[in-house]
Design a protein around this ligand. Structure first.
Ligand SMILES: [Fe+2]
Ligand SMILES: [Fe+2]
Length: 149
């Protein structure tokens, strides 16, 4: 597996959770559970992706700007998650914020897959992309284990 496939797998998980979250309502068990999962998936993915995708790319001229932009978007996403944390589950504003978050994350994933992956493939070797995948997957496994403890 290469880093692109490893990241795409987790983007798929995020997309499914985003679809589910915008279909929830009120202060329901379902909304609270899905939000917990989404919050955790977004945070651990952003950390591992920065370490094993963006950091290698930030060192290379051709991909430096994209890497910076991607990391900046992680911070914007983090702030949008915080807004949701600060909004009562049964407030009508909750779904509005959740939809904004879903749009933002979907745009971000699309940009990574459509714009950054092709550029990264032109600067990282196959071997590098496989080594990065191993490291990325290890970190994701550890983080998921820690979060479920
Ligand atoms: Fe990202
Ligand atoms: Fe990503």
């Amino acid at each position: 597996m290469d880093i692109y496939q490893a990241i795409e797998q987790d983007h798929f998980i995020q997309k499914k959770l985003l679809e589910k979250i915008v279909a929830t309502s009120g202060n329901s068990e379902q909304r609270r559970e899905i939000f917990e999962q989404l919050k955790s998936e977004l945070a651990i993915h952003a950390d591992a992706e920065e370490r094993y995708f963006y950091v290698p790319l930030i060192r290379i001229d051709k991909t430096q700007d994209d890497a910076r932009h991607g990391i900046a978007e992680h911070h914007e996403i983090e702030e949008m998650v915080e807004t949701l944390v600060d909004t009562a589950f049964d407030s009508p504003a909750w779904l509005v914020h959740a939809k904004n978050l879903a749009d933002k994350v979907k745009h971000h994933l699309q940009e990574e897959e459509d714009d950054y992956f092709p550029k990264a493939k032109s600067v990282l070797s196959k071997k590098q992309s496989e080594e990065l995948a191993d490291q990325y997957l290890n970190e994701m496994n550890d983080a998921r284990k820690n979060n479920s403890d």
